[in-house]
Design a binder for this molecule. Sequence first.
Ligand SMILES: *[C@@H]1O[C@H](CO)[C@@H](O)[C@H](O)[C@H]1NC(C)=O
Ligand SMILES: *[C@@H]1O[C@H](CO)[C@@H](O)[C@H](O)[C@H]1NC(C)=O
Ligand SMILES: *[C@@H]1O[C@H](CO)[C@@H](O)[C@H](O)[C@H]1NC(C)=O
Ligand SMILES: *[C@@H]1O[C@H](CO)[C@@H](O)[C@H](O)[C@H]1NC(C)=O
Ligand SMILES: *[C@@H]1O[C@H](CO)[C@@H](O)[C@H](O)[C@H]1NC(C)=O
Length: 494
Amino acid sequence: MFSSLATWTVVALAALVCSQQVAFDVAASVGTHPVSAGTFSQPKGNFSTRSLASITSEDQYLALGHPRFPAHQVRVKKSSFCDPTVNVFTGYLDVGYGAKHLFFYFFESRRDPDSDDVMMWINGGPGCSSAMGLLMELGPCNIDMQNASNNGTTWNPYSWNAEANVFFLDQPVGVGFSYADYGETIETTEDAAKNVHAFLTIFFETFSQFKGRPLHLAGESYGGRYLPAFASYVYDQNTVALAEGRDTLNMTSVIIGNGIVDIMMVYRGRYEIECGTAAFDVPFQSISNCVHMKTALPRCQTAMQQNCVDIFDEIGCRAAIDFCQNEVSGAFERSGRNFYDVSKPCLGTLCYLESAVIKDYLDQPSVRELLGVETPKNFSSCDSGVGRAFNQRLDKYTVPSQFYIAGLLERGVRMLIYSGTYDWQCGWYASKLWLEKLEWTGNAWYNLQDFRDWTVEGHKAGEVKSSGPLTFATIRGAGHMISLQACLAWVMMC
Ligand SMILES: *[C@@H]1O[C@H](CO)[C@@H](O)[C@H](O)[C@H]1NC(C)=O
Ligand SMILES: *[C@@H]1O[C@H](CO)[C@@H](O)[C@H](O)[C@H]1NC(C)=O
Ligand SMILES: *[C@@H]1O[C@H](CO)[C@@H](O)[C@H](O)[C@H]1NC(C)=O
Ligand SMILES: *[C@@H]1O[C@H](CO)[C@@H](O)[C@H](O)[C@H]1NC(C)=O
Ligand SMILES: *[C@@H]1O[C@H](CO)[C@@H](O)[C@H](O)[C@H]1NC(C)=O
């Protein structure tokens, strides 16, 4: 089944039909002055497209503007960070006349950067840095936990840039090395979408070598809320661009790992991981806790349905979530198990010892210089301010993410939903449940399919089923943060 999975993305993925080839007066203004925080000025000079290869300075940012986004500019420099086998670039998107700065890492594909697809990766949270995905999961290098290198990282042969040009974006502002000069915040996914779209548009317009290249939006966890909204915004803006005779972003697929999507399935899913056989052959939670959870579950579901779904009552919704959290998720949270991999103990920040080592590494002055980090703020794997702001707006609950997903599927955007089976936080069973319930024309066909095994080198790696542009795959024995061997498989799909 692996081969059919592999062909899934390789085979053109139903393009976003933008056959209309309109010559758009591409405009990137060029100026080599390093622009520091708060001193935004639209770069002077002739508008022109650039090739990334023409950017050779590791010390100075090249500032690139675009007439359609007069309040934005992208600054890029080369970097010797992480992967010596390819060209690496880092930079900032300056938003709002330089008030907000979004940091990104860009790695060329190890295979054929001039024709391979482009992928954007974002971590979840809300508030978590894409550096976590980069250094712990699918990036070109892993944080060095064994002190095996003298540079803090080790090369990752299974990185997704094996076959794709990959961005890691720290968004929204406040996350990772992204920052605001005057304390501006982004507090909703829908607002964040606008910055992501501006970033992608400026990038593809400026670096014309990527124009028309298939673009895949990928991420995990809270990415289940982010990506469907971002992709929908890109899709809708493409429609506007087409009508105005401008180029579109060739967004061909959305990839979500262990995502939070339909909030009504979260607690049922967790129950099945702990008290059912969704993770292990024998449930690991105590019978007495399971009875307590099973008793609380219908009340949790009813309260959420009434207060977060049927109507949106902020106070009632919050009370419902508190109840669910305490009565259904409380036992697990006190268990000492890893939230993201039930087979492991929870050790350290975010339950992984890697978190602290990544922070130490990224806080080193030499590494910050390598990256061109400008914020005085130290790195944190997940920014609590951003998390709080989104939570205050109840962003997770306000717009049902599955409606965006259905909208994208109906328009032929390919969607890969994948889940490690040992995750508790946004477990595979919750995904299974919402996918079965998802309202779209391919639903009946999806529900008629049986899961099939997919294998890597003859070993069962998980199960998969598809309907039209939708594929759901599980990865056996992987947690929330799918890494190493599991990536070997996914690389084939970019
Ligand atoms: C812009 O391009 C014109 C014609 O190619 C050239 O004469 C001029 O010097 C350029 N201006 C700048 C600021 O590079
Ligand atoms: C860091 O060192 C490791 C092991 O020596 C090596 O594989 C890797 O390529 C190095 N990374 C960089 C960015 O030079
Ligand atoms: C890592 O190795 C270097 C030299 O090989 C040594 O100086 C350093 O103390 C080691 N660091 C840790 C955390 O073990
Ligand atoms: C988008 O990518 C697909 C797949 O490579 C390709 O067939 C299609 O022509 C591209 N569309 C545009 C507008 O470039
Ligand atoms: C940031 O990290 C550096 C290096 O670990 C440390 O010396 C400094 O005190 C930290 N600054 C803040 C504001 O936490």
